[in-house]
Design a protein around this ligand. Sequence first.
Ligand code: IPE
Ligand code: IPE
Ligand code: MG
Length: 231
Amino acid sequence: MANIQVDERLRHIAFIMDGNGRWAKKRGMPREYGHSVGAKTFERVVRHCGDIGIRVVTVYAFSTENWRRPQHEVQAIMTIFAEFLGRAQKQAEEYNIHTVFLGDKSIFPPEIRARMEALERDTAHHPLTLNIAINYGGRDEIVHAVNTLIAQGKTEITEDDITANLYTAHCPPPDLIVRTGSEMRLSNFLLWQAAYAEFYFCDTLWPDMDDAAVDAAVEAFYARKRRFGGV
Ligand code: IPE
Ligand code: IPE
Ligand code: MG
């Protein structure tokens, strides 16, 4: 059971789930194995975030740039994703999760896309929001928002217009962005929403991310002083 509880200062936590490939390589295993174990880690981390009182969890699962990887790796990730879709409905019921996909869904086969949309619709009554960023790019998201506004006939737009047309329109911006796997970059994640997010980078490779490592990120967040440009 969780021993820490968050408050309204930490409504939304986002994870850049990095390091699956290196984790597998260290074990003499193919990168794909890291992605399978990473998927299990993701499910556990989401549950833990719910247990400690976080209302919105976002995970970066696959970027618009990740299609550049070797075809067998992309294929393996998509298979893992399809398997996840197979059990997601049941898990959503069990852990009160409303799943939302961030990113351009049009790239997925119709069958997968239908399952994604069904999951979003059928879990919408649950209080814990889980955003899964898949085929997601922060730049792509902003361009998509602007094109939506142009299609509505707008000739001048505000910050609120853009915010309201992002894939994340249903939730507050991330308070904390955690990146595992040692790299200190955003890699095109939540570019607009990250304006005042706190960042936490750690050396843990994603498959090793456990409850204690999440708690360490949360504790680091509470040690920060957020000013939002004030004094
Ligand atoms: C993150 O792990 C998962 C995805 C990007 C799909 P990586 O696959 O990037 O693992 P490393 O960074 O190569 O270790
Ligand atoms: C970021 O990880 C994307 C996801 C975790 C899905 P990458 O491994 O793709 O990022 P780079 O290439 O190191 O910037
Ligand atoms: Mg990586």
